[in-house]
Design a protein around this ligand. Structure first.
Ligand code: PAF
Length: 284
């Protein structure tokens, strides 16, 4: 695996690649890799000849009181994992290169970025859209991979790619879960033993909601009320939001018809976890 630290070195690698054209898949990450990321890498390897992964803890997507400084950065472990997965190139840009002094240009996907997680994390999706656009611009992949666990992020990125006519196919891979259903996340490592047990409340609430839809419930507010009650029964958990929206554009859904996206953000102790499921009226 090649490792490059600057845009210039990346471009040099890429010009060599263009001399022998092959399809290129890109997996942007913030590191602290887990099975969810490795699953994206494996799918990327199946669909393309070259796989580039980036690790960049993006400061502009963290709020002033969030965990940017504390965010886990186990770089040598991540490098070993990616090497083992047969990644061709790991891109590790620096903050001053991606955000040079005087940086003033941001990308905002309007409305969608202010809802749900965006409401509680102002500026978060502006930071995500900006860095993803920059990385896509530098890497120029044919395919880029994101995880369904960050459903709002996926929908916003798809919108940006369409709005800005970017020549890249966005591939969304299913959420990878622990055996008890907890969605894999780099932030799960913040949980204490008791909190880790309590964190299964997210998956359980999602499953209960799907069961209600399967047994005929269509009213979004009634489904959400059950979710709120389920989370409230877990003493270590505090619901930040639960919403049912369109899986296409995040607009509000009152009646579940066909499919709809149920999203949750829950504090377990002081760790904020998110999860989601696509509620389906008829399960395949
Ligand atoms: O999902 C993430 O890890 C990040 O939001 C991303 C897409 C790498 C942008 O920093």
């Amino acid at each position: 695996m090649h490792i490059v630290n600057t845009i210039a070195d990346f471009r040099q690698y890429q010009s060599r690649k263009l001399a022998a054209p092959s399809s290129l898949a890109f997996v942007p990450t913030m590191g602290a890799l887990h099975e969810g990321h490795l699953n994206l890498v494996r799918q990327a390897r199946e669909l393309a000849q070259q796989v580039v992964v980036s690790i960049f803890v993006n400061p502009t997507q963290f709020g002033p009181v969030e965990d940017y400084e504390l965010y886990p950065r186990p770089l040598s472990q991540d490098v070993a994992l990616l090497d083992r997965e047969g990644v061709d190139l790991l891109f590790l840009p620096s903050v001053p290169e991606l955000y040079p002094p005087g940086f003033r240009t941001y990308v905002t996907v309007e409305e969608m970025s202010e809802r749900l997680c965006g409401h509680f994390r102002p500026g978060h999706f502006r930071g995500v859209a900006t860095v993803v656009l920059k990385l896509l611009h530098i890497v120029q992949p044919d395919l880029a991979f994101f995880g369904q666990k960050d459903a709002q992020q996926c929908i916003i990125i798809r919108r940006m790619v369409e709005d800005l006519n970017l020549n890249v196919r966005i591939v969304i891979a299913p959420t990878v879960r622990e055996p008890d259903g907890l969605a894999m996340s780099s932030r799960n490592r913040y949980l204490s033993g008791e909190e880790r047990r309590a964190a299964t409340v997210l998956f359980q609430s999602l499953q209960e909601a799907q069961r209600e839809v399967t047994s005929g419930e269509r009213d979004a507010e009634r489904i959400l009320q059950q979710v709120r009650e389920r989370v409230a029964r877990e003493p270590l958990a505090r619901l930040q939001y639960a919403e049912i929206v369109s899986s296409q554009d995040l607009s509000e859904v009152r009646k579940v018809e066909g499919e709809a996206l149920l999203l949750l953000a829950v504090f377990v102790g002081s760790t904020r976890l998110i999860d989601n499921t696509i509620l389906q009226v008829e399960r395949p």
